[in-house]
Design a protein around this ligand. Sequence first.
Ligand code: HEM
Length: 266
Amino acid sequence: MWLFNSSIGRKVVMSVTGISLILFMTFHGCMNVVALFSAKGYNMICEFLGANWYAVVATLALAALAVIHIVYAFILTIQNRKARGNNRYDVTDKPAKVEWASQNMLVLGIIILLGLLLHLYNFWCKMMFTELAGIGNEKLAADGFYWIQKTFKDPVYVGLYIIWIVALWFHLTHGFWSSIQTLGWSGHIWFKRWKVIGIIFVTLLCLMFIAVVLGFYFNCAPSLCGCNGCTCSAECCIDGVCTCNLGDLCECSKKCVEAAGACCGK
Ligand code: HEM
């Protein structure tokens, strides 16, 4: 089949899987922004996307998309290098017009893959996997808000996530218009327009992720208000992270809010 045997077919597979992954990220980014405003709302989404059959099917489909995208990236790179022989570039002084990202898509892809593995360890393993395997604390497995608080209070993770998201920005700004071009949707005029649309879209997407990382690191997410300025009672505090925001405000948080008067106005 031409999709597997020809070089253009393989590029089409890369484009379609890449665009599908960007669509997933758009959903994921919007979902994460909810955590900035409501712990309860975020945990409702996490519960809906927990170990239910439809969520597991979606995860498997997503994993298949990611694996195909990565395997094809290696095949295409090896193929391109073979076609060019030892001398990878006819002109070794690279023209200024060739973007840095376009020359480093594989390296950026590898950084993104490492970041993704770390991210799956931080969240997916502690949540969906824990639930499926029936191990660990079942209540915490559905508490995405807790895992966000816990992950992003650590400056090392904050730094690693920022590097990951910046690598994603370079990879996606190039990947966006490149996919559109491969699929033949960009004529002479639209080529430039798609580039601008891609840069704006991907920048907004990455800013959504960065806002969550920094909002929780600097404790300035509005959703953290319930616990501001108060000490959690022992049963609400797990591993140094307050779980007052879990579901309905629990007793200790209610008391904090009462004691502080207007919680968010502070
Ligand atoms: C920086 C902010 C981010 C936060 C707070 C966050 C949060 C989460 C959470 C809570 C889960 C677990 C969902 C569950 O198992 O129910 C998850 C899973 C996942 N995240 Fe993220 N995420 C972030 C960034 C990203 C980015 C930038 C990507 C894309 C490269 C990404 C890709 C994934 C994938 C592929 C999964 C597994 C999805 C599944 O189980 O179907 N995440 N994330």
